[in-house]
Write a protein that binds this ligand. Structure first.
Ligand SMILES: *[C@@H]1O[C@H](CO)[C@@H](O)[C@H](O)[C@H]1NC(C)=O
Ligand SMILES: *[C@@H]1O[C@H](CO)[C@@H](O)[C@H](O)[C@H]1NC(C)=O
Ligand SMILES: *[C@@H]1O[C@H](CO)[C@@H](O)[C@H](O)[C@H]1NC(C)=O
Ligand SMILES: *[C@@H]1O[C@H](CO)[C@@H](O)[C@H](O)[C@H]1NC(C)=O
Ligand SMILES: *[C@@H]1O[C@H](CO)[C@@H](O)[C@H](O)[C@H]1NC(C)=O
Ligand SMILES: *[C@@H]1O[C@H](CO)[C@@H](O)[C@H](O)[C@H]1NC(C)=O
Ligand SMILES: *[C@@H]1O[C@H](CO)[C@@H](O)[C@H](O)[C@H]1NC(C)=O
Length: 326
């Protein structure tokens, strides 16, 4: 959370529209009644990021520029403030996310695969370029950052030079972190403070890189990142080859029916996505609900997911947690 919070802030500073974020600043479903989340209404979804610009059809670039190349989607940090990030236009509610990528080089550059919900449940893979023999796993429930003892370090060989497949398999009973097909960590529901800290609400998938070692970051973040980033040694690049997602509860929308943040409180619905059939523009979409509107060619998604996520981050900052986090 230390990391992804700073990541979100870096990305915001780099130009995520503040007006969008502010719209959602106060919508944490633990405290408010929030618009439904747009769900992925299919069991599986795959992206080959070498395929050209069509690869991004259900992804939003929330910060910087990310393009398809023959090596995969290219995420590049060239100067202070760069934090290229993409995010799914949809949420999944329990599922499996597999991402094959080559991490960025340099000192203090963080390559990440993060899943995050509106009430700040979070599941992470994070590779710190400075330490090229391991990758970190981490998780948070309901934005609880009272301790940073939830992470583990997992051995990995040449994460910068070599593509590895980083997988999260997430059910209501346990989370598995899987590296190149081998389970390297299992978190049982009961082991996360009897489930209280267990990630269990619909999540978006985010991938990107950012400079944990940026000289303007706090001393704690720079230390975690293994030192200050020297931008003259860049550019620092991550290549993302492919992502395969399985949604264990495919549906058009997910709604928090109460403020517990428990998975049993999430209701799923299919009534929204193929309900209308008139227009192929997004003019009928309601950004406020972040929901999908139908088009004859398929669903058109609004940017609701993006805004909500960054909005949550902002809200936490507003709540005074920033000092504790950075
Ligand atoms: C929700 O509201 C309570 C008080 O009503 C407050 O203590 C808490 O920080 C809020 N939580 C979030 C995540 O906004
Ligand atoms: C690269 O991606 C940006 C959006 O991130 C897009 O505007 C631009 O057209 C793309 N460039 C190429 C060459 O595809
Ligand atoms: C996703 O699935 C495709 C097709 O089966 C496969 O070629 C690719 O390696 C998979 N990617 C990941 C990250 O598992
Ligand atoms: C936050 O997590 C800690 C364990 O890391 C736990 O002791 C505490 O009870 C949790 N707080 C809440 C409000 O769930
Ligand atoms: C990463 O950077 C170090 C130091 O500049 C360099 O020695 C190494 O060759 C680089 N590795 C890659 C894969 O670019
Ligand atoms: C929603 O539709 C999808 C795709 O047809 C289906 O797999 C899923 O079971 C449905 N979910 C609900 C809650 O009806
Ligand atoms: C909506 O329509 C698409 C395209 O026909 C289909 O793949 C999807 O399963 C439908 N969703 C539901 C919930 O019926």
């Amino acid at each position: 959370m230390r990391s992804s919070m700073q990541w979100a802030l870096t990305a915001l500073a780099a130009g995520v529209p503040l007006c969008a974020a502010q719209t959602y600043t106060d919508c944490n479903p633990l405290n408010k009644t929030c618009p439904a989340d747009t769900g992925l209404d299919q069991w599986s979804f795959s992206t080959d990021f070498t395929a050209g610009s069509s690869a991004f059809s259900k992804w939003t670039t929330t910060s910087g520029t990310v393009n398809s190349t023959s090596l995969g989607a290219k995420f590049e940090v060239k100067e202070e403030g760069d934090a290229p990030t993409i995010q799914t236009d949809f949420y999944i509610f329990f599922g499996r996310v597999e991402a094959k990528f080559r991490c960025a080089n340099g000192t203090g550059i963080i390559s990440t695969l993060v899943m995050e919900s509106d009430d700040l449940d979070e599941i992470d893979w994070e590779q710190i370029s400075t330490f090229d023999t391991y990758v970190q796993t981490d998780y948070f429930g309901k934005g609880n950052t009272t301790s940073y003892d939830r992470y583990t370090n997992v051995d990995v060989t040449d994460p910068v030079e070599t593509y590895h497949t980083y997988t999260i398999d997430w059910t209501s009973e346990r989370i598995e972190w899987i590296l190149d097909g081998t389970v390297v960590r299992t978190l049982e529901y009961a082991d996360a403070v009897d489930g209280t800290n267990f990630p269990q609400t619909p999540m978006v998938v985010k991938l990107g890189i950012w400079a944990g070692g940026d000289p303007s970051n706090s001393a704690g973040t720079i230390e975690w990142a293994g030192g200050e980033t020297d931008y003259t040694a860049g550019p620092f690049i991550m290549y993302l080859e492919s992502v395969n997602i399985t949604n264990y509860n495919p549906a058009c929308s997910y709604t928090y029916s109460d403020k517990t943040g428990e998975y049993t409180s999430i209701t799923t619905s299919n009534s929204t996505c193929n309900a209308t059939s008139s227009s192929s523009t997004s003019s009928k979409s309601t950004t406020a609900s972040g929901s999908a509107v139908a088009a004859s060619s398929g669903a058109v998604y609004t940017g609701g997911a993006t805004s909500l996520s960054y909005g949550s981050a902002l809200f936490m900052v507003g709540g005074g947690l920033l000092a504790a986090l950075l």
